[in-house]
Design a protein around this ligand. Structure first.
Ligand code: ADP
Ligand code: MG
Length: 346
């Protein structure tokens, strides 16, 4: 439904966006994730119509919003925008913030504001409060209600949960995803938080220095990253040499199936830590496979184990669930689950 094609943008001499293309399907949730300064806000502002790209094309439901001869201004695009920090009008009460831009009679607007407050689970008692009198999570929901009031076909959200603390952030994220689904509104959310991206998205675009390194489902970009930088940006990874032959990589952890077998040969492959299952060793084993714990960093739910593994090149540290009382000198067995991802030549 929304198509970005070959979007580029420079500020002065500095290229900020380079040849970006992306398709957002109806009812989907796309997340653009990248480090600070990678151009995420600039891209959202271009989509919203607050900024023009230097080149490229934007088409929404068959209607061109931007190309070499077209610029549809923001208020005519049918796109909602929740800016970073919510951007509420501080001198307007909650209800007036939500009603801003509604064109009905006073009575109609009151009814609509009440509906919108229900939609975002805000108590009607807050209607008469000033923005500074309500919590960060509530302010975020007011900003969302104000954007939904325009009945957009696409909602843009710029780091909408970054001001909230961890527990509230996860709950607000889930509530926002549900209410956008219920309202049938497609969304593009921007964040620098990998877990937030993986959790919210049906489609993730990983942004690096103004380009998309990879676009795919959360599981694709996490388990089959296109390169080492993408792998490490999205979470902890074990990256090590292996001899790839067809669909099997032979490495220090034994044979590992790979699901993106490129050419055979000496390659670097990647596993996520949770794919290495560690269990206490109960019987004698081949000395070449003897693995011993040399250090335990217990952090509650997870522990980082340092392992002496004869075949491993260098220090092997694996994060694992603390379901055992892991101890130094404990003998363990490693088993790999799932597929390795071939990253490239060694
Ligand atoms: P992000 O949202 O990923 O942190 P931004 O899109 O805000 O990144 O910024 C990308 C780059 O563009 C940064 O280097 C920033 O300093 C620069 N930039 C953003 N807006 C402007 C502007 N209006 N004028 C000049 N440079 C800008
Ligand atoms: Mg930004």
């Amino acid at each position: 439904m929304i198509e970005l094609a070959n979007i580029s943008k420079k500020f002065g001499q500095m290229p900020v966006l380079e040849d970006l293309s992306l398709t957002v399907m109806p009812h989907s949730r796309t997340v653009i994730v990248g480090p600070s300064g990678s151009g995420k806000t600039t891209l959202l502002r271009i989509l919203a119509g607050f900024e023009s790209p230097d080149s490229g094309r934007i088409v929404l439901n068959g209607k061109t919003l931007f190309d070499a001869d077209t610029f549809i201004p923001a208020h005519l695009r049918g796109i909602g925008f929740v800016p970073q920090e919510g951007g509420l009008f501080p001198h307007m009460k909650v209800a007036d913030n939500i009603a801003y831009g509604l064109k009905g009679s006073k009575q109609e607007n009151q009814r609509r504001v009440a509906e919108l407050m229900d939609l975002v689970s805000l108590s009607h008692a807050l209607a008469d409060h000033w923005p500074h009198e309500i919590s960060g999570g509530q302010q975020q929901r007011v900003a969302l209600a104000r954007a939904l009031a325009q009945e957009p076909v696409l909602m843009l959200l710029d780091e909408p949960f970054s001001a909230l603390d961890t527990g509230l952030r996860a709950a607000t994220r889930k509530a926002t995803a549900n209410l956008l689904d219920e309202a049938g509104v497609a969304s593009v959310l921007v964040t620098h938080d990998q877990q937030e991206a993986l959790s919210f998205a049906s489609q993730i675009a990983v942004m690096r220095k103004g380009s998309f390194a990879q676009v795919g489902s959360p599981m694709e970009v996490y388990y089959q990253p296109v390169d080492e930088a993408t792998a490490l940006f999205l979470g902890d990874a074990l990256i090590f040499p292996a001899r790839v032959n067809g669909e099997v990589a032979t490495c220090a952890l034994g044979p590992v199936p790979v699901d993106n077998p490129l050419a055979s040969g000496e390659k670097r492959i990647m596993l996520r830590h949770e794919q290495v299952v560690i269990t206490p060793r109960v019987s004698d084993c081949d000395p070449a496979q003897a693995v011993t714990i040399t250090d335990v960093d217990f952090t509650g739910y997870l522990s980082t184990l340092t392992l002496a593994c004869p075949a491993w090149p260098g220090v092997l540290q694996v994060k694992t669930v603390s379901q055992q009382r892991w101890q130094v000198n404990m003998a363990v067995v490693l088993r790999v689950e799932g597929y390795g991802c071939v990253l490239g030549d060694y």
